[in-house]
Design a protein. Structure first.
Length: 230
């Protein structure tokens, strides 16, 4: 009987869960390897945490046999598309930082998500078609992508009424928007308590005369780029 398996930094190239079909595993960690493929058999129904960051995965593994999974960490791989998540209705944390993803999509069945991290990808499209209200979402990271249109971000935020932390800097739209566009964004997010990197340097340079206006549009905001406002 084993609840946590740690196979980090062992130079592994593949993981075959069939080799462990008599072990009950709740957490499986195999980061900093060279893994290109993962096979999971039906006996791993109790798996709650799967961490495969820093490998050579080109796609999200087939996860239909781990329906109880709550946390999935796949950062620093070569994943190009968000797939194979439809069976993970219990998923709460999804980390896909630093991959090659171009579109934020296919999370319609993951309505228990609390934390979604997609920073450091190539995202230029946010697909909110059929996206339900993600009532539990508190954190979204879209820092350092290729999002040029603020409308996609706004549409996403309409579906996340409990959001508190938004990381959206280093995208094309954050560098050249007018003050009115920024204020419209803030006005649409009355539930947000922390906003970082929304034209941060420009906002902070004008902070003395903008803070009052920002607070008027977003009364609950308490922190901009790590700087608390009162």
């Amino acid at each position: 009987l084993m609840e946590i398996v740690n196979l980090n930094k062992l130079k592994l190239q593949e993981i075959n869960f069939d080799d462990h079909d008599h072990i009950i595993i709740q957490e499986f960690h195999a980061c900093f390897n060279y893994i290109e493929s993962v096979i999971i058999n039906p006996n791993f129904t109790r798996l709650c945490v799967l961490s495969l960051s820093c490998n050579n995965l080109k796609e999200i593994p087939d996860l239909r046999n781990v329906v109880c999974l709550k946390e999935l960490y796949l950062s620093n791989n070569d994943i190009m598309q968000i797939t194979n998540l439809h069976c993970l209705s219990n998923l709460e944390c999804l980390d896909l930082r630093n991959n090659a993803i171009c579109c934020m999509e296919n999370i319609c069945q993951n309505n228990r998500l609390i934390r979604l991290t997609l920073s450091g990808n190539r995202i230029n499209t946010i697909d909110t078609f059929n996206l339900p209200v993600l009532q539990h979402m508190e954190f979204i990271g879209l820092f350092d992508n290729q999002i040029a249109d603020v409308k996609g971000v706004l549409q996403l935020l309409y579906h996340t009424p409990s959001l508190h932390h938004l990381y959206i800097g280093c995208n094309p739209f954050t560098g050249g928007q007018t003050l009115s566009t920024q204020c419209n964004l803030l006005n649409s997010l009355p539930h947000i308590s922390t906003i970082t990197d929304i034209c941060l340097q420009q906002l902070m340079q004008k902070a003395n005369r903008l803070i009052t206006e920002i607070k008027k549009h977003c009364p609950s905001i308490t922190c901009i780029d790590g700087n608390y406002i009162y």
